[in-house]
Design a protein around this ligand. Sequence first.
Ligand SMILES: Nc1nc2c(c(=O)[nH]1)N[C@H]1C(S)=C(S)[C@@H](COP(=O)(O)O)O[C@H]1N2
Ligand SMILES: [Mo]
Length: 380
Amino acid sequence: MRFTPPSGPPITFRARLHDARTATVIGRLLGLAVLVCFATGVLSHCLQHPPAWLADRLPSRPYWGYRLTQGLHVAAGTAAVPLLLAKLWAVYPRLFAWPPVRSVRHALERLSVAVLVAAGTFELFTGLLNTVQWYPWPFPFVPVHYAVAWLLLGAMLLHVAVQWPAIRGHFTRRSPGTLALPEADGPDRRQLLAAVAAGVGVVTLTTVGQSVTALGPLELFGPRSPAHGPQGLPVNRTAAAARVTGAALADWRLTVTGPRPYSLTLEELRALPQHEVALPLACLEGWSKSARWTGVRVRDLLERAGGGPGARCRVVSLEVAGAYRVTEMGRGYAQDPLSLLALRLNGEVLSLDHGYPARIIAPNRPGVLQTKWVGRLEVA
Ligand SMILES: Nc1nc2c(c(=O)[nH]1)N[C@H]1C(S)=C(S)[C@@H](COP(=O)(O)O)O[C@H]1N2
Ligand SMILES: [Mo]
């Protein structure tokens, strides 16, 4: 490819590795990763902020569903980082094509590429920093990451539509476009793709241990590794950060409001029928870990307050302020026998950081909704 700047000698890029075939091979993997991130991200968003008509229909099974989809979300996003870098590298000579704008169609095409690159970089960058719990920006992560995802999807679909002739010509080894390339380009491309594959492999293996317990030993990002933290579980928000102190808990009672409101001391709660479940805690930042929880079924507590078989509830934490102080529990979750107001974790009384004296644990749910330091349940 040749680029003639307005002044000075022309620059020639070697076509090999900056050709359409390389861009297509990397692009379709990147596209796949983006689609996986998009689908799992929209799902995660629906579980956290369901529209009213959906709230009571959300399925609480399979109990490992969110652990799987959010693990995929973060793994696909992480793998997309080396893919995006390789893709940009493969196509960057085109950014210097001259003249910069040849027609209205060409101008639109370049604009869509600019949006695509910006949105893609933004999503991967913010997502990656989110997985290490670092928020060095002035906007709220979740709504902005979600909104830009739609922009990215739109720009990607437009890009595929505009580039369709080139993509189709290079999609498979037998595509007519491929045959026109010099034989000598083959080994170079294979080396490049092997390097990209190695990059994807390394970032995946060193991060996926945060949700695939068997690969935990390969995890390189210790602070978030599920092996760390009291009682074998990491802690995102500590009791100190939530300003839940021993003093506030001294005369703790669980209040349940509804047609027949009541309140219970911790002793009285412990005297109710206890159930043990094995459920994962799956944080949307990417780590997840299964644990044994013991406590009282949410549906039993709601029933006692006069909530019928279709009862749902609102969960209110003792936490003074915070995005997850109040959470909603739709009917599907509230009535699932696996949903507990847990008092014990892995055989021990909950530690303060894990939500002592009582916390919610329910199947197929984002970690942000597994409310800690529960003070009140409101039957609706
Ligand atoms: N009240 C309250 N509960 C909360 C949170 C919170 O900020 N406040 N954080 C949630 C998040 S984001 C996660 S991932 C889990 C983590 O639970 P753990 O700290 O016991 O591992 O708790 C959830 N429960
Ligand atoms: Mo979380």
